[in-house]
Design a protein around this ligand. Sequence first.
Ligand code: FAD
Length: 355
Amino acid sequence: MNEGDHDVVVIGGGQAGLAVAYYLRRAGIDFLMLDAEDRPGGAWLHAWDSLHLFSPATYSSLPGWPMPPSRSDGFPSRDEVIDYLTRYEQRYAFPIERSCHVETVERDPERLCLQLRNGRTFTARAVVSATGTWSAPYIPDHPGRELFRGGQLHSAEYRSPIPFAGKRVLVVGGGNSGAQILAEVSALAETVWVTLKDPVFLPDDVDGRVLFERASARVRGDFDQASTTTLGDIVMVPPVKEARDRGVLKSVRPFLRFTIDGVLWADGTETHVDAVLWCTGFRPATGHLRSLGVVGPDGRIEVVDQRAVEEPRLWLQGYGNWTGAASATLIGAGRTARELAPRIKAALQMPASFI
Ligand code: FAD
């Protein structure tokens, strides 16, 4: 049974979904949000205990209501971000249904039909998918991985270094997750850091503010301001600086294959390993859109101005630069949502464009 028909349904109630909700409300558009979590916070609910933003609160705000400064003087903690998202959602009293995982989106001549895991059904004239990446962790293929009897954990599930104390741990991945997790695990365990190439460490005075400005400049085509840094380059947050001082920020190139209890290197030597921590990134969480036949093998969808080329009733928000400059950050989500809402409004006023 169809439980509700709306002009727009937003799938995902994390920072990207909230930013869209703010501008849909301002544009006077009827909408409903559906979120798989049972409470506000999106991916931040699953982040590890010590994770902090790498920008100050003033650079991490959603539209309308700025994030309060961090109580700890430094950059906001995971719990402060969750608190901010919770209070932001309450402040605007957005129409949101929780514990609602959208399983599939299907075409109807007039509408898109959303089928939920809990059996509920909704329809909409347009759908904004803002489901982030956290629920689609990526682990590269390494020969023999199925043979390895030690523990394996993706950064999506990692919470703290305590379970790894006294063990030998392989940390795989050369981005910010890899560097930050290596930094804290190496204080309690013996670690080997495996990266595809030498990691790029940013200067100590470059934080998320600078990265955001450079990413935006690159998308604008302003290459003088853009420099060659990317949002994946390593920000020297305090735990990473401290790990550098301990001399553990050295990485090696990937092993040849797994063995039963470790890994085999190109020079023929073997290392015994108790656990592997995969800090190898994420893919767009777009499984619910596969039923529309628009999702590529890497989870991406071809878009122009955040609108799916193959399904003009579908809009994408917050996944990365391909859905708008720095759109996977708090501040970038607001900027891209501000452009998205008038586009959706214009499309809703032209019924022919939805056929
Ligand atoms: P999410 O927060 O993942 O929200 C998506 C929501 O959609 C979730 O609630 C999810 O449950 C729900 N959902 C998913 N699939 C479905 C479905 N099928 N049906 C219904 N609901 C669904 N960002 C910053 O701005 N500043 C930083 O300093 C920063 N530091 C970071 C450091 C690290 C190490 C990492 C890994 C990320 C960092 N980020 C930072 C990025 C940030 O964590 C994410 O990019 C952000 O959470 C993405 O927001 P989102 O709303 O797009 O997705």
